[in-house]
Write a protein that binds this ligand. Structure first.
Ligand SMILES: Nc1ncnc2c1ncn2[C@@H]1O[C@H](COP(=O)(O)OP(=O)(O)OP(=O)(O)O)[C@@H](O)[C@H]1O
Length: 277
């Protein structure tokens, strides 16, 4: 049984219990955020956020340090709930279903929404086991199927040729750039729809950064990608739409060309031209 079949069965079971994750988007929108506010204790970190994330596009989130970029990203897979003092108001829908509802199981959400972090964080396991980890959790034990998933995921993250002869070696033996592509492959192995990337290249050298940027361009054929970046050139190079955050608010959200060539808000212009941040 493939991972896709396992997920389909889970989805069908959910169907019967009324908490469905649909496979199709509503008007090509994967995530729709309406009037989202978030507080960490007394800190009002997100203020009236309204944003739509479109299918099979790259959406960049830019803005100065502390403006709420990572917080927003982490609301989309509900990782932010790990902070005990967090409180939210407003609505986020994923393919039409409200994900902040308690009825929406966070484990289901995370099989559809993968995440790649700033620092590559492979498990202290072999390259093979890093990729097979998620599918095994989903109950896949068949060696042939696992082999196929491992190869497909590593190919998908453009690292197969570099590691195919050393799958049994510990992932810590890879370079930083290779580790980050391995982590992307690990995300692909759970067959998500959406990949969240929180400054995925900030710990990498320019060559590895370009490889990840090329990879993102390839991945958007099959996935919707949301990337937080401090690197303005990167946002301009690889994204279709860009949201500019400032002090917890979305100041401007538009197609990337417009944001970088003809922003309507002076604060966006000042930020992208390096006057602050
Ligand atoms: N776990 C937390 N507990 C309390 N406050 C937090 C927590 N995480 C973030 N904050 C606060 O929320 C605000 C937004 O932080 P966030 O990390 O989302 O910003 P950011 O734009 O991603 O910053 P950076 O670019 O520096 O990573 C900041 O004021 C920050 O101090």
């Amino acid at each position: 049984m493939s991972l896709a079949t396992v997920k389909e069965n889970v989805s069908m079971a959910k169907n019967q219990s009324n908490a469905v994750i649909s496979t199709s988007t509503v008007n090509g929108i994967v995530f729709d955020t309406k009037d989202l506010n978030l507080w960490y204790g007394e800190t009002h970190a997100l203020k009236e956020i309204n944003l739509t994330i479109h299918e099979k596009e790259v959406t960049a989130i830019i803005g100065p340090s502390g403006c709420g970029k990572s917080t927003y990203l982490k609301t989309l897979n509900r990782m932010v709930e790990l902070v005990p003092s967090v409180r939210t108001t407003g609505v986020i829908t994923y393919k039409g279903k409200s994900i902040l509802d308690k009825a929406f199981k966070v484990e289901d959400l995370r099989t559809h929404v993968g995440m790649v972090f700033q620092k590559p964080n492979p498990f202290p396991k072999s390259i093979y086991d890093n990729i097979a980890y998620g599918p095994r959790i989903h109950g896949i034990r068949n060696k042939k199927i696992l082999d196929e998933i491992v190869e497909k995921s590593l190919r998908g993250a453009y690292i197969w040729d570099e590691v195919k002869d050393r799958l049994k070696e510990n992932a810590y033996g890879l370079s930083g750039g290779q580790q980050q592509r391995l982590c992307i492959a690990r995300t692909l192995a759970i067959e998500p729809d959406v990949i969240l990337m929180d400054e995925p290249t900030s710990a990498l050298d320019p060559k590895s950064t370009l490889k990840i940027e090329d990879l993102v361009q390839e991945l958007k054929r099959n996935y919707s990608i949301i990337i937080v970046t401090h690197n303005m050139q990167q946002a301009a190079r690889i994204s279709d739409r860009t949201a500019f955050f400032l002090d917890g608010e979305v100041i401007e959200f538009n197609d990337t060309d417009t944001i970088f060539t003809n922003p309507y808000d002076k604060r966006t212009e000042d930020y992208i031209s390096g006057r602050f941040g």
